[in-house]
Design a protein around this ligand. Structure first.
Ligand SMILES: [Fe+2]
Length: 222
């Protein structure tokens, strides 16, 4: 129903366009902001990684992966390619304010990174591996049922690969790297958390907020 309650009105078409933009710019803004937080975690948590210096190389490769694979600006580039195939402009993806429900996960993770402990942040990163499986399902759906070429759906194939598989000549799958860091945190006794922020809570709240992001975008789109 259009803004003035008239099906098929100009307002309805405009609303639909805005809602589609809301849905897909959520993913666009998420991509940019989460990658920036991941890069910032290299600086914020360097003390822990000095204790586990064998992880510095795979951590550096993971951060670089987000910004340079397959070429700069990395996953932002492939996100914009897929957004364009969905009919969105760069301005819509990058500059439109996010829906509150879609930005909640970013603000939760930002708070854990800057105000929380090393363990709180890394346990919240448990969401990255499932994104690989989610991206695989999206890639299959878009290329099988919606007429997308493999190139148009590249954001999703890139994330299936990056999050689940070793790629680009030896870069660990991001999910495997995160699990390795979580294991070291536990083995090292570096698992301090603030009151009200257990490791389980940080992991499951991140999962719930990831779900909220998708639900909020969907509800704005229907
Ligand atoms: Fe990415």
């Amino acid at each position: 129903m259009g803004r003035e309650g008239q099906p098929g009105s100009v307002h309805e078409a405009t609303d639909r366009r805005n809602l589609a933009a809301h849905r897909d710019q959520a993913r666009g803004n998420f991509t940019i902001e989460i990658n920036t937080l991941i890069a910032a975690s290299y600086h914020k948590h360097i003390g822990f990684f000095k204790r586990h210096s064998d992880l510095l190389a795979p951590f550096g490769a993971k951060v670089a992966d987000e910004f340079i694979h397959p070429k700069p600006p990395g996953h932002i580039l492939v996100m914009l390619q897929t957004a364009k195939a969905l009919g969105l402009t760069e301005d819509e993806v990058l500059r439109q304010p996010m829906l509150p429900g879609t930005r909640a996960i970013l603000d939760f993770k930002r708070a854990l990174l800057w105000e929380g402990t090393v363990a709180e942040w890394w346990f919240s990163m448990l969401t990255e591996e499932p994104i690989g499986y989610w991206a695989r399902a999206w890639f299959k759906a878009l290329t099988t049922h919606y007429g997308f070429t493999r190139e148009q759906a590249i954001y999703f194939s890139t994330h299936e690969e990056a999050d689940l598989k070793e790629h680009d000549e030896g870069v660990m799958g991001h999910g495997s790297f995160n699990r390795t860091v979580m294991q070291r945190i536990l083995e090292d006794g570096y698992a301090d958390v603030r009151e009200g922020y257990s490791l389980e809570y940080c992991a499951f709240a991140a999962v719930d907020l990831y779900g909220l992001m998708h639900r909020a975008a969907y509800e704005e789109s229907v």
